[in-house]
Unconditional design. Structure first.
Length: 540
């Protein structure tokens, strides 16, 4: 195809429209719209529209981000600046949050966001252009493309000619539904934050420094703690969503139920359950899974649990509204969540029975819960790149590269409780900390000393765990597994009957089944799909 662009004419348009206060990008949009509109092979039946995203000054002289898009009634071939009315971009983008929008409401919303109230109606495809990130968008009805798409086997023909350079969207009447189908982020939760939206149990907090647990592109954020608690992490993720304009792409309370790879069209069929509980079928050229591997709870199924008359919930659905002051509570599991929960739960309950399968190695972290000192926060706010420096130095201090030799196995090392001389030294320090905390209680030392070498699984930061298990209202039950539940109690294998009112399952996640219960159907294995250069998915 021959380009109609002539540099001299383009510059003339910039000069001509510039005299009336129009920016160069807008002037070039008028020029290029005319070029497209003038060629009947590109705009069959006069169809098509163009847009540019730019900044203009409003009545107060303030900069406003707008989309200038073809207005109805204008012919692209002879268009003038008045034919590309400016609409405020920010409110348009926010519409992505909605599930539905009638044509009347869409037209009204577009009109009330015009900078000039006397301008023509912006195109019916304004939202489609606004939701796409590109600065210049050309929408044409070219005869060559229509010759392919107007055939019964159009997808195959288009794919043969254009390969993966095109995106297919199934036919939808122009308007809100079409605009929404361009790019979506689905999350089954009603709020942003994933792990930090879901895990609200008392004591939930990061175990690596928050500066490290943040994005390098999003450092412009004040943390209150070196190790942020759940609320602060959730606040950070919400700030990310606002700061990077992600919210308008989100469809919350929307669960992806299945993905099916359609070989003939080269698209994914995505089955979702939307916020109203209805199933919808959508199509996508690419699907990126960010489901997280610690999202779906592993719910231990104990015999008799259905008869239990008290409350039972997993740490991910901890009910903080319950008054536990007169309750006998069981915490089942002492992994990372259980050990974080117990110190904060203990003061809230009458009696706490902690069921431990095996103890974890616990490291001392003085000041773990403390807020950041005001002088550090001042440095954060005022010294350029101080946050970056902190991030780097903490990442280095906590990095796996430094502890790699601590968890490597020395084949010549004979001690069964450690992996190497270096690992032995780590063990000595951890045992010494354990004895410092509970040495006066030999029964607890016996229960809390792990029978495997340190660092063979992730350690837990001492969040007050050692102090909590010594409290009068706490019993640590180990080496006596749960046999079954009754209506009012947990009965252990040894036959002990432990009356309880509330059971908290700190039993972790289905870490090795993280796609579950989503179904993924594809024609081949992940490896086959990768090697064919098509979208990647494990087959199911
Ligand atoms: C209590 C707890 C504390 C942790 N502390 C730390 C720590 O200190 N340091 C550290 O490095 N890591 C920690 N982790 C690990 C943590 O999981 C990761 O750090 C991080 O949150 C993972 O982010 P993600 O976006 O991959 O997944 P997640 O945060 O798990 O987000 C996954 C999202 O996918 C959504 N989703 C899942 N399936 C579907 C579906 N079918 N349809 C639609 N949406 C779906 C979920 O609703 C969720 O919002 C912790 C984990 C837990 C549970």
């Amino acid at each position: 195809m021959k380009s109609g662009w002539i540099e001299r004419d383009a510059q003339a348009a910039v000069d001509r429209y510039g005299q009336f206060g129009h920016a160069a990008d807008f002037a070039l949009r008028v020029y290029s719209t005319r070029l497209l509109g003038r060629d009947p092979k590109l705009v069959l039946h006069g169809g098509g529209n163009t847009s540019v995203k730019t900044t203009v000054k409003d009545q107060l002289g303030e900069d406003v981000e707008v989309i200038c898009i073809k207005g109805s009634g204008w012919d692209m071939g002879v268009i003038e600046p008045a034919g590309l009315p400016a609409v405020r971009l920010e409110p348009l983008r926010k519409l992505r949050k909605l599930d539905k929008l009638s044509d009347e409401d869409m037209v009204n919303f577009q009109r009330i966001n015009l900078l000039d109230s006397s301008a023509p109606n912006p195109s019916v495809e304004t939202l489609l252009h606004a939701f796409l990130p590109h600065k210049f968008i050309d929408h044409v009805h070219s005869t060559a493309v229509l010759a392919l798409t107007d055939q019964p086997d159009n997808k195959a023909l288009v794919q043969e000619v254009y390969g993966t350079r095109v995106a297919y969207v199934p036919y939808t009447i122009p308007g809100f539904a079409l605009a929404k189908s361009v790019a979506d982020v689905f999350d089954k939760n009603p709020g942003v934050g994933g792990t930090w939206h879901q895990n609200r149990y008392p004591g939930a907090r990061v175990d690596i420094p928050s500066r490290v647990y943040s994005h390098t592109c999003a450092m412009d954020y004040d943390f209150d703690h070196l190790f942020a608690p759940q609320k602060e992490n959730e606040r950070y993720t919400n700030w990310l969503a606002d700061h990077f304009g992600i919210r308008e792409h989100l469809r919350l309370s929307t669960e992806v139920l299945s993905l099916r790879w359609l070989e003939e069209s080269g698209t994914w069929e995505v089955l979702i359950r939307n916020a109203r509980g209805e199933q919808e079928r959508l199509f996508a050229n690419a699907v990126i899974s960010a489901v997280g591997f610690l999202d779906r709870p592993a719910l231990a199924e104990f015999p008799g649990v259905k008869q239990f008359k008290g409350r039972i919930f997993h740490t991910t659905t901890f009910d903080s509204t319950l008054d536990l002051s007169d309750k006998r509570v069981a915490v089942i599991g002492t992994g990372a969540s259980g050990m974080q929960l117990v110190p904060d739960l203990q003061p809230l309950v009458k009696q706490l029975s902690v069921f431990q399968r095996s103890p974890g190695w616990v490291i001392s972290m003085p000041g773990y819960r403390d807020p950041l000192p005001e002088d550090v926060r001042w440095l954060d706010r005022n010294v350029p790149y101080y946050r970056h420096w902190t991030r780097f130095s903490l990442a280095w201090a906590f990095g796996d590269h430094l502890i790699y030799n601590l968890w490597s196995v020395d084949p010549d090392w004979k001690d069964k409780d450690s992996l190497s001389a270096a690992n032995f030294k780590v063990r000595e320090r951890l045992v010494s900390y354990l004895k410092e905390k509970v040495g006066h209680r030999p029964d607890l030392v016996e229960k809390l000393l792990p029978k495997y070498p340190p660092l063979s699984k992730r350690y837990v930061v001492d969040n007050g765990w050692f102090d909590a298990v010594q409290k009068e209202n706490v019993e640590l039950i180990t080496d006596d597994p749960i046999d079954h539940f009754t209506e009012t109690a947990i009965v252990t294998k040894s036959g002990r009957n432990i009356p309880i009112d509330v059971a908290v399952l700190a039993t972790g996640f289905r870490a090795n089944q993280f796609f579950w219960p989503m179904e993924i159907h594809s024609a081949g294995t992940a490896w086959q799909l990768c090697s064919r250069g098509t979208p990647r998915s494990p087959s199911a």
